[in-house]
Design a binder for this molecule. Structure first.
Ligand code: GLU
Length: 549
């Protein structure tokens, strides 16, 4: 068979040669060791935590090595395509601090290795498919859906591997005349890879995360070009990753089983494969069992969830790094102030069995990250979030910016900063009692304080509260009320002799705290009142006095 003749028959329109493309997309001029990574999303519109997890790893690998991170849109399946999906990916990742150097952008694309939309690279794929046909390593296959289904059914019955391989690859060896004949009859065809592999033989390949893997050779004559001339994922990414000079391919473990196909395609084309790094799926605990995060059941899988709740991107990044690299937390303890970029991220510290995603842990990490920020940074972030998701709150906060800064400054800085701010929605709830329109009673008054005493405590407090008192003077007054009403000034005295007192200073303070904040727990009450000012404090006390009845 003259394969060149066959190649020209199938691809008469392809004039460029593989060498032409090698010249158009030369090896990149980058420093030794620089890594080139890419994100290759299909524009389905759903961007999830797994995408961010992978993108962050890609971004780190490229940028910490002086390399390039680019965005390639894998839009060969127009059935799944969703309008606006590309800006959604770019914006969502940008929000979390992941930016591309090259590839698809909001307004088009940038970079010398484009086009970066697979749908615009048809001729390139066809050129390399033509090359494979010319080498006898690909062929047209005219089998119909029905024929393929019948093969599949038979294989299932005989408990054989499914697919088109060996004797099932019926059109592997059609003669040139037969191909001409079928084409002239208008029969449609796909182009299949003519596999040289034997699954009885194993080959080894080094995965960047999993180490050396031994896998059976591929014997499947996979489709490389569909009937429409559009490539499959297998073929498109091989051609693209080669021509875009990708050095590391990070992708989900669902691709691991097709790695032998990809390695065989690289080999057939005479190219060095990139380092494949297969990440694990994100799991969560559901009761006692570990399961995959699911789009349907787990809103926290969607990146939109974190934006809506107002998680600070730095917190999400920090958390993702803790699950990306097992040595990150240790590094963070040793380098509490260092920017996250100073951490040396590496693929071999990535987990190779189900990564556990834990929202509580994310919240803890966010508390730490927010505790390291200034009050100004937190206010700025809260305002941006509120403008998008809670415009009325944005107005309220902007009109009270001085007050907000003082609120966020409570116990900030210093050796042991408070760690109670997590994400915007929670933060606003946490501080809502500072604003009369948002003040609600959430806690309950201490049970051992009678209503009469509670009223008396509030009455005396109202009479004696002076915003000019310093913290000690203020507390001295609380102590006086405590003692006068028969409560222990020291909690330990009450614990020792519970019969001698009605309660202790903590109970009395909590009556005041409930009146002022509506809660039994709050940051320092003296400071809260300093921020509120005399009028608001008195208003709260008077209101509580009335409510108690
Ligand atoms: N388009 C593929 C997907 O969305 C990308 C896989 C890869 O990164 O190679 O799953």
């Amino acid at each position: 068979m003259d394969y060149n003749k066959l190649a020209n028959l199938l691809f008469p329109q392809i004039k460029k040669t593989p060498e032409d493309y090698e010249a158009i997309y030369p090896p990149r001029d980058l420093p030794e060791g620089a890594k080139v990574t890419r994100l290759g999303p299909s524009p389905t519109g759903f961007i999830h935590l797994g995408n961010l997890y992978g993108a962050f790893a890609d971004e780190r690998l490229a940028h910490q090595s002086g390399g390039v991170f680019y965005l390639r849109i894998e839009d060969t399946d127009d059935k799944r395509e969703v309008q606006g999906a590309v800006p959604a990916v770019i914006n969502a990742l940008h929000h979390f601090g992941v930016n591309f150097d090259e590839g698809a952008t909001l307004t088009g694309e940038t970079g010398d290795y484009g086009p970066y939309y697979q749908s615009q690279r048809g001729e390139i794929y066809q050129c390399f498919a033509k090359k494979l046909v010319a080498m006898g390593l690909a062929y047209p296959c005219f089998m119909t859906e029905d024929e393929i289904q019948a093969i599949r059914d038979q294989q299932e019955k005989d408990k054989l591997n499914p697919g088109i391989y060996g004797e099932y690859a019926r059109h592997r060896d059609l003669s040139f005349e037969e191909v001409v004949e079928r084409i002239s009859q208008g029969q449609e065809y796909v182009v299949r890879f003519r596999s040289q592999g034997d699954p009885e033989r194993h080959f080894s390949v080094e995965d960047g995360i999993r180490g050396v893997l031994s896998m059976p050779e591929n014997d499947q004559d996979v489709v490389i070009l569909k009937k429409t001339g559009i490539p499959t994922y297998h073929f498109a990414h091989v051609v693209d990753d080669h021509l875009m000079r990708t050095t590391h391919v990070l992708r989900g473990e669902e691709w691991l089983s097709s790695l032998p196909i990809h390695v065989a395609l690289f080999e057939a084309l005479g190219w060095e494969p990139p380092v494949y790094c297969h990440t694990t799926v994100l799991m969560k605990m559901d009761g006692e069992t570990k399961r995959k995060l699911s789009k349907r059941k787990d809103p926290e899988l969607s990146l939109e969830y974190y934006k809506k709740e107002g998680y600070h991107p730095a917190g999400v990044r920090e958390y993702l790094m803790t699950i990306l690299n097992s040595n990150f937390e240790e590094w963070r303890i040793a380098n509490p102030e260092a920017p996250i970029e100073a951490f040396a991220f590496s693929t071999d510290k990535m987990s190779n069995s189900g990564t556990l995603f834990d929202l509580d842990k994310l919240n803890d990490v966010c508390k730490d990250v927010l505790a390291r920020m200034t009050a100004e940074e937190i206010l700025f972030y809260m305002l941006n979030w509120a403008r998008e998701y809670q415009p009325a709150l944005a107005e309220l906060m902007a009109a009270n910016d001085e007050k907000m800064l003082r609120i966020f400054s409570i116990d900030r800085g210093g050796e042991k900063p408070r760690k109670d701010l997590i994400y915007c929605r929670q933060i606003f709830h946490f501080i809502s009692y500072f604003f009369d329109d948002h003040f609600i009673i959430e806690g309950s008054y201490p049970e051992n304080v009678s209503w009469r005493d509670a009223k008396e405590i509030l009455n005396r407090y109202f009479q004696t509260y002076d915003p000019n008192d310093d913290q000690d003077q203020w507390f001295e007054k609380v102590r006086t009320i405590t003692a006068d009403l028969g409560y222990a000034v020291k909690p330990k005295d009450f614990k020792k002799n519970p019969d001698q007192y009605k309660g202790h200073v903590g109970h009395v303070s909590n009556v005041i705290r409930m009146a002022i904040t509506g809660r039994t727990m709050s940051p320092d009450l003296w400071e809260i009142q300093q921020i509120m000012g005399l009028e608001q404090v008195r208003g709260r006390i008077a209101q509580a006095f009335q409510d108690i009845g």
